[in-house]
Design a protein around this ligand. Structure first.
Ligand SMILES: Nc1ncnc2c1ncn2[C@@H]1O[C@H](COP(=O)(O)OP(=O)(O)OP(=O)(O)O)[C@@H](O)[C@H]1O
Ligand code: SF4
Ligand SMILES: [Mg+2]
Length: 332
């Protein structure tokens, strides 16, 4: 695995055209890194830009969208400087993608096993029979005791959970160092959801990195090392999982956590709030209980607030600095 890390996104800005001939940024200078073997969650509500980050990680931001700034490196390779043929090898080779609708990953006229074997052949350059054997092993890894049944089935003959396991096997075809799972369990019932998350944990125990995308903090809690919180195309906080759950700092993270704990309506966590973000100031100000006049005047920067923590909120940053540390003797 490359020492550079599995994924490094720096200052990524993605824009879409507006009706009046301008451009609207939907990702705003996003930086996000996943170290080799690290499990990172990217969490934010619908429309915050999570899937665009997954697409950009594969060099797949398509027209009418455009990458206006920033760069993406996968295992040390800069995607913008990579020829199309090598980019195709990186997709599925260095990165395996699992997404919400497994049916769309498969061609309905071929069996799941055949399609996984073809992907193995394309990425590993092995013979047809070797690829078939590897495909069966991958299905055994992901489908456990139903591998041969799943291999011989056409996509429409599989349940949602089986199809998602087949898709995970497809994502593993190139033996990628990084799995990106974009809302992999949203369409599944709770029990199947837990099993797929357990599968992702098992597959990333042996040093494979994971970027797990979800709108729900509760889904990622037990699985990842670090959480990155996205709001309206901007990273607003990142922290090791224990620190984020133990002491969430950004007002939006606190709201997401309350939603995950059921303190605000569960569905509300997945939906956009009312109103438009401030054009000049903090993009969360219209929903923020801590907002002050200064929050509307200038955009808050993302700052380091600990060895492995970042925060985009000077108000909470100052509150934290003013608060006595519980660990300091003589403060209690
Ligand atoms: N093809 C497109 N044309 C115009 N705008 C787009 C297009 N694709 C995405 N966007 C905009 O980019 C923003 C981010 O979209 P994205 O799909 O990344 O959100 P998301 O966080 O994955 O949401 P969800 O949780 O619903 O999947 C959205 O607000 C959307 O308006
Ligand atoms: S900068 Fe101000 S408006 Fe933005 S999250 Fe912090 S307190 Fe709220
Ligand atoms: Mg999405």
């Amino acid at each position: 695995m490359a020492p550079e890390g599995a994924l490094a996104i720096e200052g990524l800005t993605v824009e879409f055209p507006t009706a009046d001939g301008g451009w609207r940024p939907v990702l705003r200078s996003v930086s996000l890194a996943v170290a080799a073997g690290e499990r990172v969650a990217l969490v934010g509500e619908s429309g915050s830009g999570k899937s665009l980050i997954a697409l950009a990680s594969l060099g797949l931001v398509a027209a009418p969208g455009r990458v206006a700034a920033g760069r993406v490196r996968v295992a040390g390779v800069d995607l913008a400087e990579t020829p199309a043929a090598r980019l195709r090898r990186i997709r599925g080779g260095a990165i395996g993608l699992v997404f919400q609708e497994p049916a769309s990953a498969f061609n309905p006229v071929f069996t799941a096993g055949f399609q996984i074997a073809e992907a193995v052949r394309a990425h590993r350059g092995v013979s047809r029979s070797e690829a078939g054997a590897i495909a069966r092993r991958l299905l055994e890894t992901t489908a456990v005791d139903r591998a041969s049944e799943v291999a011989l089935a056409y996509p429409h003959q599989l349940s949602g959970g089986q199809l998602q396991r087949a898709m995970v096997a497809l994502a593993l075809a190139g033996d990628p160092g990084l799995l990106i799972a974009d809302e992999p369990t949203t369409a599944l019932d709770l029990e199947t959801q837990a099993r797929i998350l357990e599968l992702l944990r098992r597959l990333t125990d042996a040093g494979r990195a994971l970027l797990l995308i979800s709108h729900d903090l509760a889904v990622v809690a037990g699985l990842v090392d670090r959480v990155v919180v996205l709001f309206s195309g901007e990273v607003v906080e990142s922290a090791p999982t224990g620190e984020l759950f133990g002491r969430p700092l950004h007002p939006y993270t606190r709201w997401l956590l309350a939603a995950a704990e059921g303190a605000v309506g569960g569905a509300a966590a997945a939906t956009r709030g009312d109103g438009e973000p401030s054009a000049a100031g903090c993009r969360y100000a219209h929903r923020c209980g801590l907002a002050q006049p200064g929050c509307l005047r200038r955009p808050p920067p993302l700052e380091a607030v600990g060895p492995r923590r970042t925060l985009r909120c000077p108000v909470v940053r100052d509150q934290e600095r003013a608060a006595p540390s519980p660990r300091e003797p003589g403060n209690g």
